[in-house]
Design a protein. Structure first.
Length: 223
């Protein structure tokens, strides 16, 4: 996990909204609620405890409904806030790592796999060029739409179109897709990097870019 505040694996706030009206009590770690006449407790790891059945046969009959409900709750996920991205930077996680980690569930990967796959791409892959937030997002988009068979030009074309859409939306928001274009300085230069830090760009602009990259890529991947 990036930081304690980035937990849970499963977005309890989203689950609370989905279960609104049936919640009996809740905390950061659990939600106790009623499903028809079955009392349940949902935990942050996604496990569910059933208890206080009024009618075991009836509860058993709810099985398919309950499974579908739990599966829909499992899909609820809240993306990291800009503040949480800033916390991640303080923990040593670069922009590319955090963006891909946040998008990892969208492409069937774990957060840890996302962090490691993008570990060399932060700060413009160490060259101050392509923004790491962009790189992390493009890995996810490529994983979702990329071609893996020879001569599959239709799939390749779709992937390139999705990339172009991401570039267009990101550039419209930040003026470019490279670190110098976004930050207005060359962070490979120690003095310029120091000035950027003093202006708070790494704690404000970079988290905003990460958040925008995740939201935009997730939206594109729905298509």
């Amino acid at each position: 996990m990036l930081t304690p505040s980035v937990k849970p694996v499963f977005a309890m706030d989203g689950a609370r909204r989905m279960l609104e009206g049936s919640v009996l009590r809740s905390s950061d770690d659990m939600i106790e609620f009623m499903y028809k006449d079955v009392k349940m407790t949902l935990y942050t790891n996604g496990s569910l405890m059933f208890y206080h059945f009024t009618d075991l046969d009836k509860a058993t009959g709810y099985a398919d409904e309950i499974r579908a409900m739990i599966e829909s709750i499992r899909k609820v996920r809240i993306m990291r806030t800009e503040e949480q991205f800033a916390e991640g930077f303080d923990c040593g996680f670069d922009c590319s790592m955090q963006v891909l980690a946040d998008l990892a569930p969208e492409i069937g990967l774990t957060e840890e796999q996302g962090l490691k796959l993008a570990a060399c791409l932060g700060v413009g892959a160490g060259q101050g060029s392509m923004c790491g937030a962009v790189s992390g997002a493009l890995i996810a988009i490529g994983y979702r739409f990329g071609n893996s068979e020879p001569n599959d030009m239709a799939t390749k074309g779709t992937c390139m179109a999705k990339r172009a859409e991401f570039y267009q939306r990101f550039e419209q928001e930040f003026g470019g897709v490279t670190c110098p274009a976004i930050m207005g300085c060359d962070i490979r230069n120690p003095e310029e990097a120091k000035a950027a830090r003093e202006k708070g760009l790494f704690s404000t602009l970079c988290p905003r870019a990460c958040r925008f990259a995740v939201v935009t890529a997730a939206d594109i991947m729905k298509g």
